[in-house]
Design a binder for this molecule. Structure first.
Ligand SMILES: Nc1nc2c(c(=O)[nH]1)N[C@H]1C(S)=C(S)[C@@H](COP(=O)(O)O)O[C@H]1N2
Ligand SMILES: [Mo]
Length: 327
């Protein structure tokens, strides 16, 4: 069948372009394979994703469960259907339903991520290489958008520090800058985005090296759907969602604090740090509460936690800093 061991899996195999059976048949085929029934019980989206809206992710095997998953959170994982049809990805439109519809034909293979700047050994990584640099972990993280909605997602990937250590940042590297892919022809709504593109983001070096900072290649047991940032993105669970850049093509180690998209757009409303902080309101709304997607009729505002609940792992990086000034 089409499921191979991870060791013989190439990225071309796991992208929709590699699927010749047709989306629905392919997914139903997966379900018929031994082991896939278990996956179906865990991730019923495998059938739902066969719907014509959105790109079709492909199952990833041999996931390990490392120490960074927030298994202690007594909260349900958000249904994949909700996560994959309520997105911010302005290159594909500004409505939450736009990215799932408009990113369907976004070409994510071949793909390379260039790692450069203040490093001893700059290097370009192909997606094949990225998928094999370290064991792929499933990590359940809370993820909170600055617009006060949140999700709980089983992401897949490994710490960004894995890549950083390979290229060896020099002592001049103090920050890390990220850049998204920008393909005008494939992103016909890009002019309506109202933000400067390509999308750029950044972290201080210690934040980038914090083990929680995830180089993310999948979610819900499979590769990323296009609307969630295929084929590779960053996920930083203690910061507002806009820090978690999608469809990344460049990582640059730099001396100075890099420009970031929403800060360029409106520096009064969006700072460089953007740590989740219920005590510091957005100028136009409170950040004290959030709404978990998928709550339906039972939706109630829930209390937002400092650092999104990850204080134990990250608070020490900000000791002595005024987090109202450095919002
Ligand atoms: N390239 C790019 N990355 C992006 C965005 C975007 O518009 N373009 N939106 C950000 C915002 S505001 C959020 S909340 C998250 C949403 O990620 P999700 O759709 O996977 O939940 O992606 C972030 N990364
Ligand atoms: Mo966001």
């Amino acid at each position: 069948m089409l499921i191979k061991k991870k060791s013989d899996l190439t990225y071309a195999d796991v992208t929709p372009q590699g699927i010749y059976m047709g989306r629905r048949n392919f997914l139903l085929g997966l379900l018929a394979t031994s082991g896939a029934v278990e996956a179906y019980k865990k991730y019923p989206w495998l059938v739902a994703a066969a719907s014509p809206v959105g790109s079709v992710p492909v199952k990833l095997d041999n996931l390990v469960h490392g120490p960074y998953s927030k298994d202690s959170i007594q909260e349900k994982v958000t249904p994949a259907e909700d996560v994959m049809h309520y997105n911010n990805y302005y290159e594909f439109g500004t409505d939450k339903a736009d990215p799932a519809k408009n990113s369907r034909n976004f070409v994510t293979t071949p793909w390379t991520v260039s790692v450069e700047g203040e490093v001893k050994t700059p290097r370009k990584f192909t997606m094949d290489e990225i998928l094999k640099l370290a064991p792929l972990e499933e990590r359940i993280y809370r993820h909170r958008c600055v617009e006060a909605w949140s999700i709980v997602v089983p992401w897949i990937g490994y710490s960004l520090s894995v890549i950083a250590k390979l290229v060896e940042p020099t002592s001049a590297a103090k920050y890390v800058a990220f850049e998204s892919d920008f393909e005008k022809k494939q992103m016909p709504l890009w002019r309506d985005a109202g933000i400067q593109l390509p999308y750029v983001e950044g972290l201080r070096l210690d934040e980038a090296m914090n083990p929680l900072t995830l180089l993310c290649t999948g979610m819900y047991g499979a590769t990323l759907p296009n609307q969630d940032g295929a084929p590779v993105r960053i996920v930083i669970p203690w910061k507002y969602g806009f820090k978690s850049i999608k469809s990344m093509v460049k990582i640059r180690f730099v001396k100075d604090q890099p420009p970031t998209t929403w800060n360029i757009q409106n520096s009064h409303e969006y700072g460089f740090y953007s740590n989740v902080n219920p005590a510091v309101d957005h100028p136009r709304w409170s950040q004290a509460h959030e709404h978990r997607l998928g709550g339906g009729f039972f939706d109630r505002p829930i209390t937002t936690l400092m650092f999104n609940g990850y204080g134990e792992q990250v608070a020490s990086m900000y000791s002595g800093m005024d987090l109202r000034q450095n919002f």
